[in-house]
Design a protein around this ligand. Sequence first.
Ligand SMILES: Nc1ncnc2c1ncn2[C@@H]1O[C@H](COP(=O)(O)OP(=O)(O)OP(=O)(O)O)[C@@H](O)[C@H]1O
Ligand SMILES: [Mg+2]
Length: 500
Amino acid sequence: MADIYTSKEDEATISDILFKGLRVKAPKWTVLRLALAHSLKMPSAPDVDLERGVAGGGEYDLQQVSGENQGRSSAGQQQDYTDAICGLLSVHANQDLFANKAEFRLHLQRHIRRGLREFRRGWREGHDFYQFLYQELCAAAERETGQKESDFAALLIDALREIAVQGEIIAAQNGPRITRYQIRLEDPNHLDRVRRGLEKIAFTLGLQKQGVFLAETGMPKIIGLDVPRPRSTWHSVTCQQLLGWIDKEAAETVGLPLWPGVSVTGEPVSFDLSQQPHLLVAGTTGSGKSICLHSLLISLLVAVPGDRLNLLLIDPKKVEFAPYGKANSKRIEVITDIFAASSRLAKLVEEMEARTSILERAGVRDLAEGRRKGLLTLPYIVVFVEELADLVMQAPEAEEHLIRLAQKARASGIHLILATQRPDARTLNGLLRSNIPSRIALTVQKATESKIILDETGAERLTGSGDMLVRLSGQTIIRLHGVLVTQDDSAAVLRGEGRN
Ligand SMILES: Nc1ncnc2c1ncn2[C@@H]1O[C@H](COP(=O)(O)OP(=O)(O)OP(=O)(O)O)[C@@H](O)[C@H]1O
Ligand SMILES: [Mg+2]
């Protein structure tokens, strides 16, 4: 009997990583060990469901995963890490797993399978797997505290001097990934030099593609410079935090509140989708679009009562929204087939027309007013599209339906959230774009893409992984760090949803 079981899907991930990611000849358990390390970095406990559904997958024994009974190598190197791993898992689970070997194996399996699942999610073929691993597992602390921090401040002053700006740092505030340096300029006329010199400052600081952003402080002569710190010092914004914000504001919650993340200095930011009224989420592959969509979905599912909201999730990639489809919730509909999605959107256009007549008869301007006055009980409908390009390239009529909805659906309480990797003219018809005034830009490759999404450059200088620039209709652009929603987080919310 084996000690650890994996599913068929896990096995596919393992071979993808070996052959397309690591591209070295290595045994399969190498990937299992990486997956274990990855899972142990996550503070939450892995889902117990990870014991089930493993028929037809792979089988491994402890000797392969932890080097059990391997003793030392001929070079005298320790090879058996079973006790060390059991210790780590015991601490993680807050339970003595040395006393119960079967339980230890179960925990080990859950962690390995969660790690594999996270690889599946986070790494895509075509992305550099080593870069992914570096970022995920072993980013070394380069600049952390004390003396080094003051060296960095001196470097920043030097960088300013190089663009002929004199100033002194009067405060430094650490956000989740950025330090905001408040700098008093000797000559306020130098503000323009700073604005034009941001790229040079980033270059002098050795930040490569990540940029330094100028922030307003609201104080005379004082500017803020937002400088990204090394990844090892970042704090993720967790789903737990998101649930806390929703809890706190639950009483005042109206419309369709979304909490996409926190500001550069760490304060939660929320907005009401029903006021926007549609949203485009765009960014390069791996920039965090899907995770952003999950945070928006969780915001709605948790904050909006069941009878006030229906969700239509269109997922041509067939992966991201799969768990929502299995949740057994009456208010969630998941469609993965492109042509089924297109005809569902056609029906939605009809529904919109029908709702428009209902609003007219009730004598109200929009659904919100009708609900407020107790005249209407219709639910809001929010449509999520995961990868707009896949949908509109294969089903051009779907694009026409989306345009109709974007133009007219606002009053009837139907709202769109469209995500795409390719924010170009082919994916994003001008009419569609102009009717979706609110935008979230995650990291993009080129300044021109940032312009397409936001009408401004900047998104090409973000730090990746859920770092975003958000433009809500009629407002100035704000920068947010997104909530990191894991599959376990979605699963936990959906378990509650299934009971509704
Ligand atoms: N808010 C976040 N905080 C920390 N890390 C994040 C965040 N959002 C995304 N990431 C990291 O980036 C990885 C990729 O995210 P995601 O799958 O959402 O990208 P994507 O833009 O949907 O990519 P693709 O276009 O290939 O589907 C995640 O697995 C995670 O490691
Ligand atoms: Mg995605």
